[in-house]
Ligand binder design. Structure first.
Ligand SMILES: Cc1cc2nc3c(=O)[nH]c(=O)nc-3n(C[C@H](O)[C@H](O)[C@H](O)COP(=O)(O)OP(=O)(O)OC[C@H]3O[C@@H](n4cnc5c(N)ncnc54)[C@H](O)[C@@H]3O)c2cc1C
Length: 358
């Protein structure tokens, strides 16, 4: 069996981001790396978006960025600006292509379809394959998006609609998300926050069709691309093997109140690269505990009071956009945290704070 210095299990967002970060900082000149990835071909399968609060290696994979966004509940819309931290979207197809082109040039990097072909015992392993013991009774952000193209110019390409709660909630939490790439192309997503036990929420195609026709008033369009997924709003079981670090979703890089993961993955990759010489002894990288604590209470409120959530999300944005964005991107200071907390319905949150975990 072949031996390697490092092994990355899962060549998705986290695995490839880490390999690229190590490669461009010359950490793989004298070290060998195996990437285990079962997929047969890389093609565009995700659209990664975030407020750009930190730098990353993939500027050339950015499809578009925006400095205006809106949030709405029935009868009310907020228009907000984010000039300091634009909302940015990465095309996963460009991301995979850029990284694989770079990695393929280094003979020290090998690709495998299964870990059965290599020896894991003497290598340092970075694992991005999560273990989900019980999927039931857990919250997920699940969604389907379509990139549509229209004949006429119908979109205002300068502004995204981050959350449109003016839709059927079905005793759960549901919103639409629209990213206009140009005047006649946009990604429209239907998104649910729920335990995924209710299959009736998964008629995504009907939801999208109805929203596009009756809400966006677009009758004539074609679909160029679709994506579907579910982001766990809980931490997957962590395997605590010696000489293994979990990365990506498996490594707890998702911000549980929002599902945002991409930039946390980039920051984790940088941390590993900086500490690669001493990685077995290195302190575990994690999302700051204050966010984990606050998100836990937020998710309890969300789970127990779904009907209140559209208003709660809406009032989150009663704050300055800078405060909200920094808070949602793990970059806020204490004053900014407090300004967010004070705009939440206090008694509801305090009650959930003192409830025991089930
Ligand atoms: C459709 C979609 C859209 C998203 N949009 C956003 C967004 O806009 N912003 C944001 O911040 N986050 C977003 N996320 C969340 C998160 O950023 C992504 O899920 C991201 O891809 C997580 O990276 P990862 O490496 O942990 O997982 P993945 O990218 O899923 O990579 C895991 C890899 O492991 C491989 N694999 C599976 N089984 C095995 C095995 N047994 N052995 C070896 N390899 C295996 C898979 O083929 C895959 O390539 C989105 C998620 C989805 C699903």
């Amino acid at each position: 069996m072949k031996e390697f210095d490092y092994i990355i299990i899962g060549g998705g967002c986290a695995g490839l981001s880490l390999a690229y970060e190590l490669e461009i900082h010359n950490k793989l000149r004298e070290k060998t790396l195996a990437i285990v990835e079962p997929r047969l071909e890389y093609k565009r399968d995700k659209t990664w978006s975030y407020w750009k609060t930190s730098d990353h290696n993939f500027k050339d994979c950015v499809k578009k960025n925006w400095t205006n966004f809106s949030v709405n509940i029935p009868g009310k819309t907020k228009f907000l600006e984010c000039n300091e931290f634009p909302y940015e979207t990465i095309d996963s197809g460009l991301f995979y292509e850029k990284i694989n082109n770079k990695l393929n040039k280094n003979e020290n990097i090998s690709f495998y379809k299964s870990s059965d072909e290599i020896s894991l015992s003497n290598a340092f392993v970075f694992n991005s394959v999560p273990i989900f013991h019980s999927k039931q009774d857990k919250l997920w952000q699940h969604f389907k998006g379509v990139e549509i193209e229209t004949k006429k110019n119908v979109f205002d390409e300068e502004i995204i609609n981050l959350m449109d709660f003016d839709c059927d909630q079905r005793e759960s939490i549901h919103f639409f998300y629209t990213l206009p790439y140009s005047k006649n192309k946009a990604l429209v997503e239907t998104t649910w926050l729920s335990k995924m036990t209710n299959d009736s929420q998964k008629d995504y195609d009907d939801q999208l069709q109805d929203y596009i026709k009756n809400h966006l008033n677009i009758k004539d369009y074609k679909i160029n691309y679709t994506e579907e997924g579910a982001i766990p709003l809980f931490y997957p079981t962590i395997s605590k093997e010696r000489n293994t670090i979990n990365i990506g979703t498996a490594g707890g890089m998702t911000r549980l109140s929002t599902g945002y993961t991409f930039l946390n993955i980039q920051e984790h990759s940088k941390y590993i690269r900086k500490n690669i010489q001493t990685i077995p002894e290195c302190k575990k990288y994690e999302i700051n505990k204050k966010y984990k604590f606050l998100d836990k209470i937020f998710l309890r409120v969300l789970q127990n009071h779904p009907n209140k959530m559209p208003h709660i999300f809406f009032s989150l944005f009663n704050n300055s956009p800078e405060n909200v964005i920094k808070f949602l991107s793990n970059k806020s200071n204490l004053l900014q945290d407090l300004s967010i907390i004070f705009r939440m319905p206090k008694w509801l949150f305090i009650k959930e704070l003192f409830k025991n975990d089930k």
